[in-house]
Design a protein around this ligand. Structure first.
Ligand code: SAH
Length: 214
């Protein structure tokens, strides 16, 4: 077996062993190479199941966490999805294989610009990446079938809840910024909202306003 094929097999094996069992999610993660999303000295660790540093002091999430969050969204091919926290663009790229349309927002314009370049190179034409404060969502495009927040909030942001369709699902890490956070799945029904706790996670905090590019 070639080195690339073996690395890919190990990558998928690690995902499965950590609970990513949905075949559609696994094939999306097989199709999107994590390598190009990590630049610089950590590039050779792209296929390890670890979060890694990216520009602007942010992190690309751990692949198994990306898989579990994506799986929890139960995306259908007709869905319009909002991601808050573009970061490297890796999560958005995976969402784009499963959904009709993906909007992704980050407060760092540099991250948005670099992610856009990758989406273009990879031919992922159904993603729109925007610079802005994602805690206010994206009123122009609301409501969304699915919302994923990839930075930790103290509570599921109210504005995002309002921009979620009835019958919609939102996945969000909730907790104090430096402490352990809980990954919460929110289901919005006509009769009320249901919350499910998936597991403990550790994300960078959801911050207000725009970031300074570093
Ligand atoms: N999903 C990313 C990882 C995100 S890291 C990936 O696949 O690589 C969290 C990101 O959330 C950071 O890039 C940070 O800049 C962004 N962020 C934090 N607060 C934000 C806010 N209020 N609006 C938009 N983006 C925010």
């Amino acid at each position: 077996m070639s080195e690339t094929a073996e690395r890919k097999m190990q990558f998928l094996y690690a995902l499965r062993s950590k609970g990513v069992t949905d075949n559609r999610v696994l094939s999306a993660m097989e199709a999107i190479d994590r390598g190009p999303f990590i630049r610089g000295i950590f590039a050779d660790r792209a296929y390890e199941d670890m979060p890694l540093p990216i520009a602007c002091g942010q992190t690309i999430s751990q692949p198994s966490v990306v898989g579990l969050m994506t799986q929890a969204l139960h995306i259908s091919p007709r869905d319009k999805v909002l991601e808050v926290g573009t970061g490297s663009g890796y999560q958005a790229a995976i969402l784009s294989r499963l959904a009709r349309r993906v909007y992704t927002i980050d407060r760092h314009s540099r991250l948005v610009r670099e992610a856009r370049e990758l989406f273009e190179q990879m031919g992922l034409t159904n993603i729109t990446a925007i610079t802005g404060d994602g805690s206010f969502g994206l009123a122009d495009q609301a409501p969304f079938d699915r919302i994923i927040v990839t930075a930790a909030a103290e509570d599921p942001p109210g504005t995002l809840m309002d921009q979620l369709k009835e019958g919609g699902i939102m996945v969000v890490p909730v907790g104090q910024s430096d402490a352990v956070q809980h990954l919460i799945v929110v289901r919005k029904h006509a009769m009320g909202t249901e919350y499910e706790e998936l597991r403990q996670v550790r994300f960078v905090p959801l911050l207000e306003g725009l970031g300074k590019d570093t």
